[in-house]
Ligand binder design. Structure first.
Ligand SMILES: [Zn+2]
Length: 281
């Protein structure tokens, strides 16, 4: 294995663990409108501020055997799981955007960072939507201009691989996703005389559009998201006999993840004969 490429994998894994530990803070604090920077993390039972040794991703949880160092209060395994998820998604995204050793250059490395940040926003959207039935503005409406800026930067760096849709397509995608779903929300609200789609979902599809562009956002993400939503909804109905469907946003987000990682594989299955015209690496 090429040594620099191997080093890239190690870096992606460690970076993913650190980001995963930051994701834990975001999914805990953003739904309550608390800052993710201050105050420092502390044990919810004894209130001791956690030090560096308590906060090493995964390792601290394993070494301390899932307990607070001071009062032995149990620490949820969810923290370590989210950290592992952060690492796993970082590696998958790295392999997607830096697929071969000779592509380990600045544009491809930047593309990995951009799309990994997208993955992290989607993880937060899924978790918070399922748990609290809201999607934080931090990963939708505030993140959308940042996303458009990042896509513009990739274009400026000369990135031409998978997902490199450029500034114009990013702008159109955000508009199509956001405005398109807003119209759908208004129409369903008028026809059903109740709110069918939440504004959080509308804002989330705007963000997804900014990252993937208008064509996947309409066809692939909406279609796949509806399929995922229906399948999990029916499974939930069969298991619990209750009709509590997965939130729509929490179905759109994994569809967008699948698009980023494997879009070129499943696009021809949905639309045989229709070629993806841009952003194919
Ligand atoms: Zn404690």
């Amino acid at each position: 294995m090429d040594p620099f490429w191997a080093l890239g994998h190690v870096f992606a894994a460690l970076f993913g663990l650190i980001i995963g530990s930051f994701l834990n803070v975001c999914i805990l604090r953003w739904p309550e409108d608390r800052s993710v920077i201050a105050p420092r993390s502390h044990c919810p039972r004894c209130g001791t501020t956690l030090g560096v040794a308590d906060l090493v991703p995964v390792l601290s949880w394993v070494v301390l055997r899932g307990k607070c160092r001071h009062c032995e209060a149990p620490v949820s395994g969810q923290y370590a799981l989210i950290e592992l998820l952060g690492m796993f998604l970082s590696l998958l995204t790295f392999r997607r955007f830096v697929p071969t050793p000779h592509l380990l250059d600045l544009p491809h490395f930047a593309a990995w960072l951009v799309f990994y940040s997208f993955m992290c926003m989607l993880v937060i959207a899924i978790y918070v939507d399922i748990r609290h039935r809201i999607i934080p503005d931090e990963v939708t409406i505030y993140a959308t201009p940042v996303a458009i800026g990042m896509m513009g930067t990739l274009e400026w760096l000369g990135y031409d691989g998978w997902g490199g849709i450029g500034l114009k397509q990013s702008l159109i995608g955000a508009t199509v996703g956001g405005v398109g779903l807003a119209i759908a929300a208004l129409v369903t609200a008028f026809l059903l005389r109740r709110e069918g789609l939440g504004w959080g979902d509308v804002k989330l599809l705007g963000l997804i559009g900014a990252f993937v562009g208008p064509i996947p956002v309409i066809f692939a993400v909406l279609l796949l998201g509806s399929v995922l939503g229906s399948v999990t909804g029916l499974a939930h109905l069969a298991i619990t006999r209750r009709r509590s469907l997965l939130p729509f946003g929490a179905s759109l987000a994994p569809a967008a993840m699948l698009w980023v990682l494997y879009g070129d594989l499943f696009f021809p299955l949905f639309f045989p004969g229709l070629a993806l015209r841009y952003g194919v690496g």
